[in-house]
Ligand binder design. Sequence first.
Ligand code: PBG
Length: 331
Amino acid sequence: MKILGKYPNLRLRRVRKSDWIRRLISENKLSADDLILPIFVREGKNKIEPIKSMPGVNRYSIDKLSYVVEKACNFKIPLIALFPYTPNNKKNNYGTEALNRNNLVCKALKIIKKNFKEIGTMCDVALDPYTSHGHDGIFLNGDVDNDKTIKILAKQALLQAQMGCDIIAPSDMMDGRVAEIRKILDKNNFKNTKILSYAVKYASNFYGPFREAVGSKRKLKGTKKTYQMDFRNSQEALREVAVDINEGADMIMVKPGMPYLDIIKTIKDSFKIPVISYQVSGEFSLIKNGIKNKLINEDSILESLTSLKRAGSSAIVTYFALDVAKKLKSN
Ligand code: PBG
């Protein structure tokens, strides 16, 4: 880029001089429309249980869900993402609880769709909240079996759609699952159910607090590196996205968020598709701890989310969604 103008005629600080001029020329602005709120669901009655690894985040029993969903609606958050905390006695090698019409996610979907018309729902398609080994698919002969897993994932996706889920979000990183899911949805007349593919999900060290939250951490045997992406790679991310768009993905997820701003930008520039980013639990907990220990201030939350927008995200999954929406409303 050629710089037009020269100091002292040119002074870039002129347009930073006061708050109003900074607001006037700001290139990106975060709003509640950009936020997706993850909600953890648990069994039992009358339970709002704090999650130790994620300060400020709770697990809700079904009867307490309306409390948090109503808040999201009031702040005009467009979408919530549901995650189940499955009791150990319902987990097995095949993750069969994923296909139970009365599992936590199904119950939550039914009640939310009945009581809240104005907010969208999104569910992960993956088996890790349901498997005894903590992997996202069926574990056979020392690895997750791709083809057997995607048959179950397709059924899991269909069940979620039948329960009213608006956005099906395969987060398992198996090959070929978006095509299978699109096929089964269309065959059953869910032509308008959207697919948000976690096309670019890295085998990240930032998922720890979430695995604690869904109870899969201590269970995880081995590593997810045979299906989640290697964090040294970016070209490979483009292949993943191209494949999933061909298979029928409507939107693409990049996960985690802040360590992968380059990936978000490259995908947005290359494919012009809605890109959603996920500020994951480890990022959340780091910022939370920094604020608690007075190492950074609260505005670091806005900065982190705005950086994800600036890179090209259409929206961001964040555990800060309620706090941020509240703050934006009061501003
Ligand atoms: C897996 C899944 C993961 C997260 C959500 N769904 C990661 C994993 O355990 O591999 C992580 C989200 C977070 O860290 O906030 N289906």
